[in-house]
Structure formats: structure tokens, C-alpha cells
Design a protein around this ligand. Structure first.
Ligand code: PLP
Length: 364
């Protein structure tokens, strides 16, 4: 069966922008596409013993994350689950930010944990006040705390370093969910004072995925990497790290990922530029302002108004954008939607703004 994607010239989908393969990643995808093809990297060796993989996990990744140890996981969510599963026990309480991803909740539920959420500030900025963690830590004595950095809705960058100080003060293990930061922007687990950091390779590291990475402090090594007494394999990871095509694409793309984070300031500038241009059309950016990340959340009463009268209803926006070579806003949405400007050129962003202007002018 022939499977085809619907592709467009400009893709604004936040979950896809950071996962676009590099040229090298795409070549690795073809080279290592067959099942278990990574075993041909070093015939005869187990994945974790292969020099390329070993060097990547033991040297490249910890250097990149500024962690002591690192590990592949099946995705960001599985990494979050792995940490929760290793360091908590059923019935424990954890504290997470109110902007957390849904998978933080399902991972915690799978571990049978009680979840306490730090509320955000509500409309329009939805910020997390880090100081709110402190009272909740005193009250609930959590076995871990988690911060989403940035969150996947508004692209807010909370004060992760301040939470690091609080975590130290109360000696509570601290996990940073960097699904939207690791691989896009400079981030250091050490500097932020976290015990664990999680990344999503298909979301932010130019990798095919599904694949995640986990960085941790040395003091957690024994617990995380505990071995079976029956077979010489790690229990939490069921004996083997992620071991397929995705790993090959990650390693192939990695030199360029390391380079691209140096351009983060430019990425933030472009996001700010796009936000200010689109706001001229009566579309409001919610979340932190000025904004510090390429993920942008908008509220567009003007587009909603059009949808109420348009014969295609809420689907008109997706269709009108598609006609103009632009995709990535969920079909059916008009009132609220999110987009990412990551690695789009200023010219492409201008084209998107013009398209919105035209669509509004023609339909209002
Ligand atoms: C996308 C996302 C995840 C899930 O990432 P996977 O690697 O697909 O599991 C988790 N947290 C946040 C904040 C996300 O945006």
C-alpha cells in the first residue's frame, strides 16, 4: 500500500518543526530503516557495547545536557514514567506545574501517584509562579517535583533555576521536562539544579523517533540502572535501550543539533517578530509576553467571527491557509490555535502574516 503525507511549503505545526530531519538524519533513516539494522553498526556487539552508541550515551549526551549520566528512552513520556517508576512508590505524592503535558498525568497514574498541581496565573499569561511550589512541598512532602520547561501550550519559560534552589533546600528530587527545549535551546541540567532532565528527540532533536533522552545526576545511577539478579540486564529499561532507526537518525543529526542551539536568540527574535506582526491583525498572543520561545498560542476572535458565517465553518482557516501553501494549524480551529516559528525564515513568516491578512480581508 502506498502511504502519502499531505505536505505543504510552510509547516507551522509545533510538534513537527523541531523534528525535521537533517540531510544526514534522512540518509541514516534509509540506511537503518530495516528492523534491527542498527545491529550492523558493530556486528556481534550488544547495542550498549557498540563504540558509537557507548560514546554517544556516556560522553556526547551528558556533555550536551550537562548531566552526569544519560540514557535513551522510548520518548519523553516514557522517560518521565521511568523516573517516576524508579524513585517513587504507589501512593506517594508528586508536585507538577499546572501547564504540564497530559503524559505527565498518565505516567503518574500508571505509577499510582497522587498528583498536586501548581496552578498557573490564568489568562492572559498562564504563568507558573515558582514560589508556589514551596508551600505545596511543605504541605505534601512530595517524593518528586516536576517542571515543564517550556510547556507545550503557551511556550512559557518558567524560572527553572529558582525551583532548583527550592528542590535543594527541601531535598526533593526534581525533574525537568525539556521536550520543547532540549535540542532547540541551550539548557543545562546542572545549572538549573535538577536531578533529571527529559528530552524528546522526534520533537526537538531532528530525529525520526519515537525516541527520548534522559539525563540524571550520578546519585541516581544505581536506582535507575538497577540490574536484574537473574539476567545481566537493566530492569527499568527492560534490558535494552531504544535500539532502532530513530537512534541512527538522532546520532546522524546530532552535530547539527548542537550547532543550531547556538542560534537560539535569533529563533526567539523571529517568534517575537511574528507575534507582533500577527497582533496587528487583531489576533492576540497569549502566554508570556514578551515571548521567549518559538511556540506561540493565539486567540483570534476575528477568525472565530468569520467561522460563524462561513459555509465551511471552522474549517475555513485550515483550507484557506492550505490554498496558500501553509499547514500545521489543526483543521477546525479558529478561536485558539498554536504554531511554531522554529527554523522558518523571516521571509516565510512574512508570507504567513500576509496570508492571514488576506484571509481576514477577503472573508470578514
Ligand atoms: C510532546 C510533549 C511530550 C511528549 O513527548 P514524547 O517524546 O512524544 O513522549 C511531553 N511533554 C511535553 C511538554 C510535550 O510537549
Amino acid at each position: 500500500m502506498l502511504l502519502k503525507r499531505q505536505k505543504s511549503e510552510i509547516n507551522l505545526n509545533p510538534i513537527q518543526r523541531g523534528g525535521i530531519l537533517t540531510k544526514e538524519g534522512r540518509e541514516a533513516l534509509i540506511e537503518f530503516g530495516d528492523g534491527y539494522a542498527t545491529y550492523d553498526l558493530s556486528p556481534g556487539l550488544e547495542i550498549e557495547d557498540m563504540p558509537i552508541i557507548k560514546n554517544f550515551i556516556e560522553k556526547e549526551l551528558p556533555e550536551f545536557l550537562e548531566s552526569d549520566i544519560a540514557k535513551f528512552t522510548l520518548g519523553a513520556r516514557e522517560g518521565i514514567f521511568n523516573v517516576m517508576h524508579c524513585i517513587t512508590k504507589p501512593g506517594d505524592t508528586i508536585i507538577v506545574d499546572g501547564n504540564r503535558h497530559y503524559s505527565t498525568i498518565t505516567a503518574a497514574e500508571r505509577c499510582k501517584l497522587n498528583i498536586v498541581e501548581v496552578k498557573n496565573s490564568g489568562k492572559p499569561e498562564y504563568k507558573i509562579n515558582i514560589e508556589d511550589y514551596e508551600n505545596l512541598i511543605k504541605k505534601h512532602k512530595p517524593s518528586m517535583i516536576l517542571l515543564t520547561y517550556p510547556d507545550g501550550n503557551y511556550g512559557n519559560i518558567p524560572d527553572a533555576k529558582k525551583l532548583g534552589t527550592i528542590a535543594k533546600k527541601y531535598e526533593v528530587p526534581y525533574l525537568i521536562n525539556g521536550a520543547y527545549s532540549v535540542g532547540r535551546m541551550p539548557i543545562s541540567m546542572k545549572k538549573l539544579g535538577a536531578d533529571f532532565i527529559i528530552g524528546s528527540c522526534h520533537k526537538s532533536m531532528a530525529s525520526s523517533g519515537p525516541l527520548g533522552i534522559l539525563g540524571a545526576n550520578k546519585k541516581w545511577e544505581k536506582i535507575l540502572f538497577k540490574k536484574s539478579e537473574l539476567v545481566n540486564k537493566q530492569i527499568e529499561f527492560i534490558g535494552s535501550e531504544s535500539r532502532g532507526t530513530a537512534v541512527a537518525t538522532l546520532i546522524a543529526s546530532f552535530p547539527k543539533v548542537k550547532k543550531r542551539i547556538e542560534n537560539w536568540d535569533e529563533e526567539v527574535e523571529k517568534a517575537k517578530y511574528f507575534s507582533s506582526e500577527i497582533e496587528k491583525l487583531g489576533i492576540m498572543q497569549l502566554g508570556e509576553k514578551p515571548h521567549n520561545h518559538d511556540l506561540l498560542f493565539f486567540e483570534a476572535p476575528v477568525l472565530y467571527e468569520i467561522s460563524q458565517k462561513h459555509k465551511k465553518r471552522g474549517y475555513f482557516l485550515h483550507q484557506e491557509l492550505k490554498k496558500r501553501g501553509i499547514s500545521g494549524i489543526k483543521a477546525g480551529l479558529t478561536k485558539n490555535f498554536k504554531i511554531s516559528t522554529y527554523q522558518l525564515t523571516k521571509k516565510e513568516l512574512d508570507k504567513v502574516v500576509s496570508a492571514f491578512k488576506e484571509i481576514i480581508d477577503e472573508n470578514l
